[in-house]
Design a protein around this ligand. Structure first.
Ligand code: 5RP
Length: 224
């Protein structure tokens, strides 16, 4: 039976087939994405440049000699490749275990197509077993946490962690996420919140899901 890492690698290698040559692409963050960067480099595909979502990804791009480009230098990216912590059947996601959610959402917003790559353990009927990360301005942490409690969640400060943007992250456990877009908007409306790890208003367009019997290509199955 394939391990979780083997499944992540399978999804990552499949994603290389979806990368157009001579275009700018966006690249997410995490262990699945690390497999993708390695596979992209080995493929020899010629991309114009990659917009990175984190310092971790930038370091990998440099290691594999993939040219990095700043988002301000391009009008957008043809495709954004990233993984998720959970993804539902509408391809809405919870992201941010790696703490790169703010920059990931920015690059995803600039993409014509968002392709999520994941192993089958990430595919869920309902979002919310995984905590929702909320990036906050440090001195607003307690204010935001009190409001998150009123939303029915249990906020926990991610100890010893600072995001690439210099902010803190509060992980919110136990939220009942029946309407992911409304929840994403409600959390972002709180003063002091930079962004949160619900990727619902802009879901993925395509999911490459690695299962024991191969990589499945999944499109969203309901209108949002
Ligand atoms: C980082 C993310 C990652 O995509 C998510 O945490 C999945 O990571 P991995 O591929 O390591 O399982 O959102 O902020």
């Amino acid at each position: 039976m394939a391990t979780q890492d083997e499944l992540k690698r399978m999804a990552a290698e499949k994603a290389v087939e979806w990368i157009p040559e001579n275009e700018y692409i966006g690249i997410g963050t995490g262990s699945t994405v690390a497999f993708f960067i390695e596979a992209l480099a080995k493929s020899g595909k010629d991309i114009r440049g990659a917009v990175s979502s984190s310092k971790q990804t930038s370091a990998l791009l440099a290691q594999y000699q993939i040219p990095e480009i700043n988002l301000n230098q391009v009008h957008g990216v043809a495709v954004y490749i990233d993984s998720a912590d959970e993804i539902n059947h509408s391809l809405q996601m919870i992201k941010g275990a790696g703490g790169a959610l703010v920059n990931e959402k920015i690059v995803a917003a600039a993409a014509n197509q968002f392709i999520c790559i994941a192993d089958e353990s990430k595919y869920v009927a309902k979002l919310g077993r995984f905590p929702v990360p909320v990036e906050v301005i440090g001195h607003a942490r307690s204010l935001v946490s009190r409001q998150l409690l009123k939303l029915g969640g249990e906020p926990t400060l991610r100890l010893g962690f600072t995001s690439d943007n210099g902010n803190e992250i509060v992980d919110v456990h136990g939220l009942s996420i029946y309407e992911p877009v409304k929840m994403e908007i409600a959390i972002n409306a709180m003063a002091g919140v930079v962004d949160n790890g619900l990727f619902a208003a802009r879901p993925a367009d395509l999911l490459l899901l690695a299962c024991a019997d191969g990589v499945k290509t999944i499109r969203p199955n309901v209108t949002i």
